[in-house]
Ligand binder design. Sequence first.
Ligand code: ATP
Length: 682
Amino acid sequence: MSTPVHDDPLSRERSHLAASRSALRAMREDVESLDITDVTANWVNAAVLEAQIEQRIKALADLSETPLFFGRLDYLHAPGAEQAEGGEGERFYVGRRHVHDADGDPMVIDWRAPVSQPFYRASKKDPQDVSLRRRFGYTAGDLTAYEDEHLLDPAEAATTSRLLQEEIERPRVGPMRDIVATIQPEQDEIVRAGLAGSVCVQGGPGTGKTAVGLHRVAYLLYAHRERLARTGTLVIGPNRSFLHYIEQVLPALGELTVRQATVDDLVAHVEVRGTDEAATAVIKGDARMAEVLRRALYSHVVPPTEGVVVVRGSRRWRVPVYELEEIVRELLARDIRYGAAREALPQRIAHAVLVQMERAGEAPDDRVQNAVARNAAVKALVKSVWPQVDPARLVLRLLADADFLAEHAEGILTGDEQKAVLWVKPARSVKSAKWSPADAVLIDEATDLVERTHSLGHVVLDEAQDLSPMQYRAVGRRCTTGSATVLGDLAQGTTPWATRSWAEALGHLGKGEAVVEELTAGFRVPTDVIAYASRLLPHIAPGLTPVASIRENPGFFDIRTAADAGTADVLSACRELLEREGSVGLIAADARVPELAAALAAAGIGHVGPGEETTHATRLTLVPASLAKGLEYDYVVLDEPRAVVDGEPDERTGLRRLYVALTRAVSGLIVTHGTGLPPQLA
Ligand SMILES: Nc1ncnc2c1ncn2[C@@H]1O[C@H](COP(=O)(O)OP(=O)(O)OP(=O)(O)O)[C@@H](O)[C@H]1O
């Protein structure tokens, strides 16, 4: 007897998957076979088009490990034609990208399309016209399970989805991956917030801030593709290893054009070779420095002391000093940059000359005005009244010349503060100066005073709590005409200038109107571990809501007292965790890393640094506590919590660093210590 193979729902869904994959293949072949020889006028166009085609082919790749669709929605009624992304059916498969058949009918709908939204938001309370929501389970790329919710059936009990739970509990390996299949309703609201407004998300460790920020970019690129292609998008993260950790997420969602950078990258006007004492960096990062810079820059504008005489042919035209003063005053009052005003000044003077010419009965045209503006006398006047200023040289002088600084910081910085920012050994030139990261930000501010910084369409700022006010300003001027998504956790602020409140930070960013949302459901850290780490909250960020872990797997948590502060117990903890599936991170105070690296090598345990690819043979990452932020590992060994705290300039920062280190583990954490635990963990 033969069994019918296509009759059960799972088989039907599998055939839809197979059909969708061949439809995708056909779409790709269509693009691959495009012949552009006849449609491009020149080789530049051809090159651009070819690059676009190549991107499109890449975007249409069928990746065996990323299923084409992960959900299905059965609508009760066909959604409005304007919502249907070209389809008129009432059943939609939701996936990472749009796939259509030969007739152009949708086989899979992009998760970002409006008709997909109820997949994330519909509930029994608000079914949004969805009668059935189906989630699919995959094993090694094969569709092996599904799970249904009948949203309109009052008899069906609301349950938590097994597939969702499994996805959340899945062991972590390698870099971050997308969460499209399991975005939660409160996350989805942030992901799909409009492009016009800015959003700020406060959320404890593992609440999905980074994930939400990246999916938000993908969503915005879908919903406002043309506009953002013109204006650009940018994701800002704290350091290289973090950016490396997240760099696969957007390409996996088909978005290949988003720039990712650190704040230091954005302000790289000079080579940074120096560092500042914490107290100095705090002052250099203070928003008051913006006013000092503004004053110092505009001190270069000096009122004219005599009129200018322009000789043309046999005639001499004089613009009297009071009229020049008026022009300068008017330019100073206008909301334009120093450089733009400097360019406008000769034209204004020329205009004044032209008015005189007209009064004298001449009929000068634009060419005459330009010629007057370029006249040597006018040029000389502009040079003395409104000289060109090099932003880096301006900052150099402020940091090197006590009198110059005193003159412009008067009433803004105290005498002690001025002393703190002055170089002990003043640099002679921009090239030879040992610029610090904070100096580079000052130069960026000065650069923007001279010439307006280009604004992007949208900027995502991750780990935002660590920025100084001057750094917020640097990010803010890159989205003056666009919007921002600001992600952070006040409890994880570990810089001496870390943000105290989001209202303050958003003010410096120039996005005071942004709404602040809070995420409190934790997807990473197991309950016991997050409860333990949260003991630190009253000491590091009183008033913040502790994260509530939604992981069912209780995880594995052990605190081990070592015989001494050596490395033997750390090594055995690493060995033990390497027996298990998933990634392993050994987190330690920066100062202990060399000793631990040597011990691991001596014991024959291979390891890599954060941001380096692990391999099957080398699954351990040795992470200095200062680089742990934003990262996660399936299992973590945390070495000497006390040393982590002591590694920071003050106790609160130390405890915050410890909070970060304690909250990196997904499935298990072993804390080893030979010197006792910080009393705040007791
Ligand atoms: N809805 C979700 N479904 C499945 N996994 C999720 C979901 N939201 C977040 N995660 C996972 O939880 C982990 C933590 O997310 P993420 O790194 O974005 O948190 P975070 O708030 O930025 O943490 P931190 O404050 O430590 O930087 C990641 O592995 C992420 O993929």
